[in-house]
Design a binder for this molecule. Structure first.
Ligand code: S3P
Length: 429
């Protein structure tokens, strides 16, 4: 069967300013919290892409009214109590939606729901959320002992839990905090390694109960809370592709404006700096408790590095973009601490290694590490493995020499218009 493809580059210098679409993590969470709030709230500059449109569809099926007002969303919340859906809830490709929603539905007493998703999502581990929710009293079941979707949830009364995250996962932490809003007593999550804290910041924005210290966060049962408008910052994970593209293509200089610079998301900037990248950033304002600013990147010769594994949770979605930079760096880059990449939208560790090799780069993959021998890529064909970030990262890796991307439409899961933006910055080439 003929598969769609897109030929890109070789691209001249990337120059100019760019605003990327709204942050995916904050859009999912903003929609969910507004659906639980009382009254009307607006979500400004949301991401409107495959994943977050799945969240809109699912929340509508649970009784929230969500209208599009131009680029924004107007949400009429349900005041904590969702409606029982009449059909199976299809979460599409969105792991954040499925995992966070499990936390919310677990505490909706008496409500029955079945959650499913696309082939990729049905392969991803859900036991990491289902198990601690069950310890709170939740009724969750599914394939493989409740580890794989389709999953069935019957809402019950929950009790608080003190839980040490066995894997660094913001989705697990967030699911438990959301369940904690409906639970008797205290729900406390301890994280040995910090992960993105958008849920915590949004709890503050909505005035929800929250206490936090180093490595721990607590919440309690909430009463009804009023809706509050919120503005979603640009997605740093989307910006990352343009920053790396600017570093790789000679003569480039790109500024991404209005982008979220939450320190639990920007580990990539530290690694790029250590590789010798000319990259600078500045926080200029705050939106919904999130620091927002600009990042400027200029073409720079890069050096291979050994990445600190402690940084990986702060850049877990940027490893594909880092691999693109490593492919062009001088010498070897070693990236440890990647076991979580095996359970993303694809097995990202192996998807990265295979695409690097397809572009003529020496790459070795271990159980949880990647070794890349840099020096540049040659033209080739990229296989996205049904994974938006693989499609975008390897478009960037191949940009200086020209590359063919199979099924480029996967980028639309998190960034509709990605290739148009890339072409515009390349001066239309
Ligand atoms: C996300 C957390 C991360 C990340 C995902 C979005 C979130 O997943 O990879 O793209 O919005 O909380 P994990 O929690 O599985 O690390």
């Amino acid at each position: 069967m003929d598969r769609p493809f897109l030929d890109l580059g070789p691209c001249g210098p990337l120059r100019g300013r760019l605003r990327v679409p709204g942050d995916k993590s904050v859009t999912h969470r903003g929609l969910m919290l507004l659906a639980l709030a009382e009254g009307e709230g607006r979500l400004y500059h949301p991401l409107k892409a495959g994943d977050t449109l799945s969240t809109v569809r699912v929340l509508r099926a649970l009784g929230a009214e969500i209208e599009e007002e131009g680029p924004h969303f107007l949400v009429r919340g349900r005041g904590l109590r969702l409606k029982e859906p009449e059909d199976v809830l299809d979460c599409g490709n969105a792991g954040t939606l499925m995992r966070l929603l499990l936390g919310i539905l677990a505490g909706q007493e008496g409500l029955f729901a079945v959650l499913t998703g696309d082939a990729s999502l049905r392969r991803r581990p859900m036991g990491r959320v289902a198990a601690p929710l069950r310890a709170m009293g939740a009724q969750v079941d599914g394939r493989e002992g409740g580890d794989k979707a389709p999953l069935a949830v019957r809402g019950t009364s929950l009790r608080g839990l003190r839980y040490v995250l066995p894997v660094p996962s913001a989705q697990v932490k967030s699911a438990l905090l959301l369940a904690g809003l409906f639970a008797e007593g205290v729900t406390e999550v301890l994280e040995p390694t910090p992960t993105r804290d958008h849920t915590e910041r949004l709890f503050r924005h909505f005035g929800l109960p929250l206490e936090r210290g180093e490595g721990w966060v607590r919440t309690f049962r909430t009463g009804p809370f009023p809706a509050r408008d919120l503005t979603v910052p640009g997605d740093f994970s989307s910006a990352a592709f343009f920053l790396v593209a600017a570093l790789l293509v000679p003569g480039s200089e790109v500024v991404v404006e209005g982008v979220g610079l939450n320190p639990t998301r920007t580990g990539l900037l530290q690694v790029l700096k250590a590789m010798g990248a000319e990259v600078e950033w500045r926080v200029l304002e705050g939106e919904a408790g999130e620091p927002v600013g600009y990042v400027r990147a200029r073409h720079s010769p890069l050096q291979g590095v050994a990445v600190d594994p402690g940084l990986i949770p702060l850049m877990v979605d940027e490893v594909p973009a880092l691999a693109a930079a490593a492919a062009w760096a001088e010498g070897e880059t070693f990236i440890p601490g990647l076991s979580e990449l095996r359970v993303k939208e694809s097995d990202r560790l192996s998807a990265i290694a295979r695409n690097l090799r397809a572009l003529g780069v020496e790459a070795e993959e271990g159980p949880d590490w990647l070794r890349v021998r840099g020096g540049g890529v040659r033209p080739g064909t990229v296989e996205p493995f049904h994974d938006h970030r693989i499609a975008m990262a390897f478009a960037v890796a191949g940009l200086p020499v020209g590359v063919r991307i199979l099924e480029p439409e996967w980028a639309e899961i998190s960034y509709p218009g990605f290739f148009q933006d890339l072409k515009r910055l390349c001066g239309g080439s």
